[in-house]
Design a protein around this ligand. Structure first.
Ligand SMILES: *[C@@H]1O[C@H](CO)[C@@H](O)[C@H](O)[C@H]1NC(C)=O
Ligand SMILES: *[C@@H]1O[C@H](CO)[C@@H](O)[C@H](O)[C@H]1NC(C)=O
Ligand SMILES: *[C@@H]1O[C@H](CO)[C@@H](O)[C@H](O)[C@H]1NC(C)=O
Ligand SMILES: *[C@@H]1O[C@H](CO)[C@@H](O)[C@H](O)[C@H]1NC(C)=O
Length: 406
């Protein structure tokens, strides 16, 4: 039996069975038909975190998360030959992705510049500090991108942990700890049916209990980047106070139906309040917002793919209904927590990558996350090729660290 947390471990992904299971697991995405439609940006309640951006203003106001992709001649800072943490699932060039145009764009915020990633500068800022990714495989994707971006300057030591839900590395030259906690639902979960199919398994979610794998180890971290999304489309039974309070698509008549957004909201509330309640926690909490998927030419499980080779150049793409509601829900919860955090001296930050990534249907592995003969029918239009536009997330991160925390 394959445990889901194996998806977290890059090393384990080298065998083809696991890759198949991994791609099967994309089925948990359970996306209905993806409609990419345009909507009026002014009607979108983007958070007004204006003061966050003061330092990169050049003239007018600048929100670095709003802008467009423009052509760039800058070569990626790493390749699959220079970075060892690049796992197969994201190693698109290895599996024969024929086009390279997706590597030739950079993000241009509307009223300012986003500087290219500078590994030395990043490591100086985080000297003596620790940064953890908590959440799903998109967090892992960002962590691996950061690892690769830093690899030209420093190679960290792997720190052994008994559980494979927790991986970490020490950059000895900088006394910087990089860590990732695998907790795709953020809260305590139990497999309701361990013998069920991996791709559509019923999970019990304890909405008011943070997952111990991170909650018991996070207190000393200086930066925590939280991400969660696709797993919530799957069937779930919700618990509060150890009592069943309802379920999402569990197909049990005796349990009240609740929407996935109910659970989604609650897990962010639990995550943020758990962090705030830790006596010794003095860190900065960042929310990496929902990462959009781009299935086209069919539904995700009916031959849908993501074979574009260029970004969308339109200014604002819309999220489809479920994704939009998740995005707004997580930002709403961040805003509530931020208010609470101000009283307690805990800082919250928005790493709002969603709008930029909506314009990158060309950045996903599609069918180049495995060998062609591996007979994987489902395309990966969820994760991101490395190198690729996902590296921009860490340019945002560096810029945020520069602005507020150096
Ligand atoms: C890196 O990508 C190239 C194609 O650009 C491929 O031939 C090679 O096998 C890959 N190497 C690794 C270590 O993934
Ligand atoms: C390394 O950083 C940690 C905090 O992350 C600190 O407790 C420790 O004293 C530092 N060690 C050295 C040798 O500076
Ligand atoms: C993308 O895939 C569709 C079929 O799903 C195909 O019709 C189209 O030609 C493909 N485009 C490219 C650029 O490969
Ligand atoms: C490939 O997958 C199809 C559909 O799942 C299956 O019928 C076929 O036997 C598989 N072929 C191989 C070589 O595994």
């Amino acid at each position: 039996m394959v445990h889901v947390h194996e998806f977290h471990s890059g090393k384990k992904l080298s065998n083809s069975t696991t890759i198949k299971v991994l791609l099967l697991s994309l089925i948990i995405i359970l996306l209905p038909v993806i409609h990419l439609f345009f909507f009026n940006s002014s009607s979108t309640p983007w958070l007004n975190f204006k003061s966050y951006f003061d330092n990169i203003r050049e003239g007018g106001k600048c929100n670095m998360f709003r802008g467009k992709w423009i052509p760039s001649h800058q070569e990626p800072l790493y390749t699959n030959a220079t970075c060892h943490e690049l796992n197969d699932q994201q190693n698109c060039m290895k599996f024969g992705r024929p086009d390279r145009e997706f590597l030739k764009w950079r993000w241009k915020p509307d009223n300012c510049e986003l500087p290219p990633f500078d590994a030395r500068s990043f490591l100086e800022i985080v000297r003596g500090k620790s940064l953890a990714f908590v959440g799903d495989s998109l967090g892992r994707n960002q962590m691996e991108s950061l690892f690769c971006l830093l690899s030209s300057v420093s190679t960290p030591e792997y720190v052994f942990h008994k559980t494979n839900k927790f991986k970490s590395w020490l950059y000895r030259d900088y006394n910087f700890t990089l860590a990732a906690f695998w907790a795709p639902h953020l809260v305590k979960t139990i497999d309701a049916d361990p013998n069920g199919p991996t791709y559509n398994r019923l999970m019990k979610l304890y909405l008011d209990k943070a997952d111990d794998s991170w909650a018991t180890a996070i207190e000393t971290f200086d930066y925590v980047i939280v991400s969660a999304g696709r797993w919530f489309y799957g069937p779930q039974i919700f618990y509060e106070n150890n009592q069943v309070i309802g379920c999402h698509e569990c197909e049990r008549d005796n349990i009240e139906k609740l929407s996935m957004f109910y659970g989604y909201r609650r897990v962010f509330r639990t995550t943020f309040s758990t962090l705030m309640s830790l006596e010794g926690f003095k860190g900065v909490i960042m929310l990496n917002t929902l990462s959009p998927a781009h299935f086209e030419n069919g539904e995700w499980n009916k031959g849908g793919n993501c074979n574009r080779t260029k970004p969308f150049l339109k200014k604002v793409m819309g999220l489809d209904g479920g994704d939009l509601e998740m995005y707004l829900t997580q930002i709403d919860e961040l805003r509530i927590a931020e208010r609470e955090g101000r009283k307690k001296g805990v800082k919250f930050r928005l790493l709002d990558t969603t709008a930029a990534m909506l314009m990158r249907p060309d950045g996903h592995p599609n069918h180049y996350g495995h060998w062609p003969h591996e007979n994987v029918t489902i395309a990966d239009c969820v994760h991101w090729c490395m190198p690729g536009p996902v590296d921009t997330w860490n340019e945002f991160l560096l810029q945020m660290l520069r602005m507020y925390d150096s």
